[in-house]
Each structure stands twice: as structure tokens, then as C-alpha cells.
Design a protein around this ligand. Structure first.
Ligand code: GRF
Length: 193
């Protein structure tokens, strides 16, 4: 059984899809902790409702957010860290401590529309501006290059001529949920070997 830590910054719909997949036995995993870099992230309420431990990690005069995250993770035996709508920076130290054990869901067909500044609605605005015929989402390993790690799974989604960034974002989101669950299952099967 995979022990997961989920990092969030906002609504937490990707977190919710993992909670639901575990409850529906589509994932052989347990979420040990949900960590947010925003105290008001709705995803924290989703975690609390599901009786999952939560922690808010914001830098203060003594520790950076990443140092706090590392201290929280130390309390558990985490197999996989999932960045699910997480908008904070992942430090070199955290990446090294959890080498090839951190994945991210990104709302584009990487390597296109990835990298610095390419998150949330910015991605879909750029896709529409460039008149792309297709977009989608990618689950990838996290390394020191933003959105640059090895891709685990991608799903293509058609871009309609009538699409706005908002309608495209809305249509891609459910595919993110589905692709993220499938990617975690791919990793789980690698652990079983
Ligand atoms: C999603 O659009 C996802 O692509 C990105 O963050 C956004 C919010 O995700 N990673 P969530 O609803 O907070 O999971």
C-alpha cells in the first residue's frame, strides 16, 4: 500500500480525486498527510472532512516552507509525494531527500506550455493565444527544472474553436483527475515488482 503525502495550495480537486479513488478501491494507497502552503486552501477542508492529517507550511523567521515540509514528512514513512495544484517552490533539498518520489500534475502536454510562470489559467491562455488544436495534461516526476522531470502519463484534450481559457481549463480538469489516478497506479505497480 502506497503511503502518500499530498501538497496543495488551493481548491484541492485533484486531492479530492485521490481521496475518492482510495475510497472506491481504485487506488491501493493511504494519504498520511495533506500539506498546504496556504492557510485558507479549501483542500484543507476536504482533507479534514476525510479525517486526514493536515499541516500548513509557511515560511517564518526561523524556517523556510520547504524545511517545514521536510519536518512534517519525517513523521511518516512516505512512498510518494503528489503535488496536486501546489504552487510553491520545491527545494533542491526536498527533491534530493525524495529522489524520484515526487510527482506533479500539470495542465498541458509537456514539454509544451511548462516552466516558469506556466501554471493554472496562464497555461490555457497561452494555448488559446497560439491557436493550438489540442492540449491536455501531464503527470511527471519533479526534478530541479520546473515541469522538466520525466513524464509518466499524458492525456490529450481537443481545443474547440469556441474555447476560452476558462472553458478549456474546465474541460481539462476532469482529465487531470483521471490521469493522476492512473499515474499513481502505474507507480504502485512498479513498487510491487
Ligand atoms: C489545476 O488546474 C491543476 O492543473 C493545477 O492546479 C489547478 C488547481 O488544482 N496543478 P486543484 O483543484 O487545486 O487540485
Amino acid at each position: 500500500m502506497l503511503h502518500l503525502a499530498i501538497l496543495i495550495s488551493g481548491n484541492g480537486s485533484n486531492l479530492q480525486s485521490i481521496i475518492d479513488a482510495i475510497n472506491n478501491h481504485q487506488l491501493n494507497a493511504v494519504i498520511d498527510v495533506v500539506i498546504s502552503n496556504k492557510a485558507n486552501a479549501y483542500g484543507l477542508e476536504r482533507a479534514t472532512k476525510a479525517n486526514i492529517n493536515t499541516s500548513v507550511c509557511v515560511k517564518d523567521e526561523n524556517l523556510t516552507a520547504n524545511e517545514k515540509i521536510i519536518n512534517v514528512l519525517k513523521k511518516y514513512k512516505i512512498d510518494l509525494i503528489v503535488l496536486a495544484g501546489y504552487l510553491g517552490i520545491i527545494s533542491k533539498e526536498l527533491i534530493q531527500k525524495y529522489q524520484s518520489k515526487i510527482i506533479n500534475i500539470h495542465p498541458s502536454l509537456l514539454p509544451k506550455y511548462g516552466g516558469k510562470g506556466m501554471y493554472g489559467i496562464n497555461v490555457h491562455e497561452a494555448v488559446i493565444k497560439n491557436k493550438e488544436k489540442e492540449s491536455g495534461c501531464s503527470v511527471h516526476y519533479v526534478n530541479e527544472e520546473i515541469d522538466g522531470g520525466k513524464i509518466i502519463l499524458q492525456t490529450k484534450v481537443k481545443v474547440l474553436s469556441t474555447d476560452t481559457p476558462q472553458t478549456l481549463a474546465k474541460r481539462i480538469l476532469p482529465y487531470e483527475h483521471k490521469t493522476l489516478i492512473e499515474a499513481i497506479n502505474i507507480i504502485d505497480k512498479q513498487y510491487d515488482k
